[in-house]
Design a protein around this ligand. Structure first.
Ligand code: ASP
Length: 439
């Protein structure tokens, strides 16, 4: 068994957290490749080291004195080193960093130092080899990530070490300059390492005990999803629930490597398994409930619309020409509705309406705003009678008016449109129906 383990910022925010991480890694000899993030927040209101680095570099760019901010960053690391009682000094590293900041080495370089330094500490603490991500994660000249070269370099390099620490979040351009992934990108590094070494499992350690069935800001202490498929996760992530960077999914999925999302503060919890496919029957009929507020709907009415070939295409073309992507398009005999993000739509509203008038000559265009979409997702819904019935009876009992219903033909999800103000009530009602009532 070979495991690649990635630890998020809050798991590595202090010496105390480092000790928990050390205990987790030492517990299993299979945990051979470790990907650390930069130190995150230690408490509410604290600043992540990555943000401190961006701020510090911004000062350097403006030509201001950044030495105080850099000293604060150094102090964060020194506190960790002292707490772990390591015989390690980062003095030289910080001299190089200060010099490179002065020479304006770039904000990607600046931000990457967060994981770079944490990687050095982690490798020293564990007695593992340190592999600088700049030597194994490759980008092309135009800034696009080069998966093939990365895979080649990573697998060749890691074949030489049984145990290694590879800092997350960054790599290098062909000229050696540092480039980072987007925020939260250490997950991507972890998935690339897992792919390159053909890991049996990629463990993503964070500060929650897995993927929650719904938003904890809406439902108090929602249950943790024990197993979720990548497709289900995609549906839920799209609706706002994320525990894994979107770009981390692709390399893992292609290799069929499962991910286990775990909680550093509660290592006894099994967390969530994310898998390509499974015959594991979910405990509840639904796997998760996600949702987003802030949609608008544009309903176009025209007599005999259903016999007009190309009507839908012409409508959607107007949205395309205005650079708007659509979410859903429920339709009736003589009506066709398009759901879009309200914020994006607002500034283009009049152009879209004029475009629709020109293109399809509607009898009427009706606009509605402040709508929310709720996705009820679950592989367990397939071929199961009564799921939709239960959802809508829960909503009726909660006095929520349903404005739109859309079930994908994969039967993996049911999307429901409600008014923004009914959003929380609706999610609670569906949760209660399927989880609390244990159906
Ligand atoms: N440290 C980086 C960030 O804050 C990357 C990561 O944590 O994954 O976005």
């Amino acid at each position: 068994m070979l495991k690649v383990v990635k630890f998020g910022g809050s798991s590595l925010a202090s010496a105390e957290q480092f000790k928990k991480v050390g205990a987790i890694i030492r517990e299993e000899a299979d945990r051979r490749y470790v990907i650390p993030s930069a130190p995150g927040r230690r408490f509410d209101g604290d600043t992540k080291v990555t943000d401190m680095l961006y701020g510090c570099y911004h000062q350097a760019e403006k030509g201001s004195d950044f030495s105080g901010t850099l000293a604060n960053i150094k102090a964060r690391y020194e506190e960790i080193i002292a707490g772990l009682e390591l015989d390690l000094s980062l003095d030289q590293e910080f001299e190089v960093i200060a010099e490179n900041f002065k020479n304006l080495a770039g904000s990607d370089y600046a931000a990457s130092r967060g994981e770079y330094l944490n990687g050095i500490i982690m490798a020293n603490y564990l007695g593992f080899e340190f592999v600088d991500a700049a030597t194994v994660i490759c980008f092309d000249e135009d800034g696009t990530f080069n998966g093939d070269r990365t895979d080649e370099k990573l697998s060749a390099r890691l074949a030489q070490c049984e145990y290694a620490v590879i800092p997350g979040f960054y790599g290098a351009n062909p000229d050696g300059s540092v480039r980072t992934f987007s925020r939260g990108g250490s997950d991507i590094t972890g998935s690339l390492v897992a792919k390159a070494v053909h890991a049996d499992l990629y463990e993503n350690w964070t500060d929650v005990s897995g993927f929650l069935l719904t938003d904890p800001r809406i439902v108090k202490d929602p249950v943790v999803i024990s197993t979720i498929t990548y497709r289900e996760m995609r549906e839920l992530s799209y609706m706002g629930a994320t525990v894994l960077h979107e770009d981390a999914v692709f390399p893992l999925r292609r290799e069929g490597i499962p991910v286990n999302v775990r909680n550093t503060n509660r290592p006894q919890d099994p967390g969530t398994m994310i898998v390509e496919s499974t015959c594991n029957k979910p405990k509840y009929t639904i796997t998760g409930i996600g949702g987003k507020k802030g949609f608008a709907s544009i309903t176009i009415e025209k007599d005999m619309m259903n016999s007009e070939i190309g009507f839908g295409r012409k409508v959607l073309q107007v949205f395309e020409e205005n650079g708007l992507s659509f979410e859903h398009t429920p339709s009736g005999i003589d009506t066709f509705t398009v759901y879009v993000h309200q914020k994006e739509f607002e500034e283009k509203e009049q152009r879209v309406i004029a475009g629709l008038h020109r293109s399809v000559k509607p009898d009427l265009i009706d606009l509605e705003s402040d709508l929310a979409l709720i996705a009820v997702v679950g592989r367990g819904m397939k071929r199961q009678r009564g799921t939709a019935g239960r959802i809508f009876s829960a909503l009726a009992h909660a006095r929520v008016n349903v404005k739109m219903i859309d079930q994908g033909s994969s039967e993996l999800n049911i999307i429901i449109g409600v008014e923004n103000r009914d959003f929380e009530t609706a999610i609670k009602a569906i949760y209660d129906m399927f989880v609390l009532a244990q159906i």
